[in-house]
Design a protein around this ligand. Structure first.
Ligand SMILES: [Zn+2]
Length: 357
């Protein structure tokens, strides 16, 4: 390599721990040479034990891992900053039968899929090159970065051949079959946090979002906006709002329907240390939070007050004022473009263990 620049290695993510790095300019010339004595080991493998050692944990340094895929989950997707990102959780095993979890993102998912489908019980050995460590609640895993990482699958590089022959010598030819673990459609909030696929934001940062996406916030409910009530009369078939029409109801989608039910539509004013917004919580989450259906509450209200007056607030809902929750919110285009400060709730938790984290 000729005509290059040398400068300090101060990237946020370091591909090497050397204090300097070489920079290409337009005048740099690179020529390939053949030298049998040159050390061609391009990997810096990190042992699995070291990855799960809290003292060694460093998520700013990139490193390499080698392993055999022993199980993998469904391809999942998540909306990050307005981009739909694909990911897949994979379990890697070394030849000493230690395991480490890995999250494959984007290109890695595309590259590994055909190998998993056509593995025919042959081991799939991969090198994840220039990847990052990730920690969530004492659980350690590795993940690729967006632009730097590279995936080598069953390659004939000497290190991979060496690893494969060690598996055979330890486990025999009949090595482990790859199992597919089907993640449930509603995977738990804890799993999602562990994968790091949805980020946290303060309310201030949420209001300033320039791109749509999903984020977690931790916020306290301070008031319930009752300007449009706390429920609506919904079509039983499609859950859209209906209008009474004689002794029946009219739904814009389904036409005339014989009956309708009440569904929650709660507007919650919430705050954290940085600001305040309104969250729109629909029937499923509101029912989960309150522990009663809107129909049940409506019946109680009409029995006690004689009328189903939506501007008064049932004690069951009022009880949630001053309580703190972790909400997953959907930042939509309208939030970014029109400074609309009503955000839709996708899910929530009141699990203090998770919130404190
Ligand atoms: Zn309908």
């Amino acid at each position: 390599m000729k005509n290059f620049m040398v400068c300090p290695n101060k990237e946020k993510l370091r591909t090497k721990d050397h204090k300097c790095k070489l920079i290409f300019t337009q005048k740099t010339i690179v020529e390939e040479i053949q030298d049998l004595y040159f050390n061609m080991c391009i990997f810096k493998f990190r042992p699995y034990e070291q990855l799960s050692n809290p003292q060694d944990f460093d998520d700013t340094e990139l490193f390499d891992v080698i392993g055999q895929i022993v199980s993998y989950g469904d391809v999942q997707s998540v909306n990050q900053d307005g981009n739909v990102r694909m990911f897949m959780n994979v379990e890697l095993q070394d030849y000493k039968s230690n395991n480490i979890s890995a999250t494959f993102w984007g290109d890695f998912v595309e590259q590994i899929k055909p190998h998993l489908i056509e593995s025919n019980d042959k081991p799939v050995v991969v090198v994840m090159q220039l990847v990052r460590a990730h920690r969530f609640r004492e659980q350690y895993s590795v993940r690729n970065t967006w632009h730097v990482s590279k995936l080598w699958i069953n390659s004939d590089l000497p290190q991979i051949l060496d690893f494969s022959s060690r598996i055979v010598s330890v486990c025999g030819e009949s090595s482990q079959i790859i199992t597919q673990i089907s993640s449930q459609k509603t995977h738990s909030i804890e799993d999602e946090l562990a994968s790091g696929s949805v980020g946290f934001k303060t309310i201030e940062a949420l209001i300033d979002s320039k791109h749509p996406g999903n984020f977690w916030i931790v916020a306290t409910i301070v008031y319930i906006d009752l300007e449009h009530g706390w429920s609506y009369l919904a079509c039983k078939m499609c859950a859209k709002k209906v209008e009474p029409e004689g002794n029946k109801f009219y739904c814009k989608k389904c036409g005339q329907v014989p009956s309708a039910s009440h569904r929650f539509k709660l507007k919650l004013g919430v705050i954290d240390d940085t600001g305040t917004i309104i969250l729109m919580m629909w029937d499923r989450d509101a029912t989960k939070m309150i522990g009663k259906s809107a129909n049940d509450l409506k019946n109680v209200v009409s029995e006690t007050s004689g009328a189903a007056d939506d501007s008064s607030i049932p004690i069951e809902i009022e009880n949630f004022i001053e309580k703190r929750y972790m909400f997953k919110v959907d930042v939509q285009n309208s939030n970014c473009e029109n400074q609309d400060e009503v955000f839709k709730v996708l899910t929530f938790t009141d699990d203090e263990d998770i919130i404190e984290k």
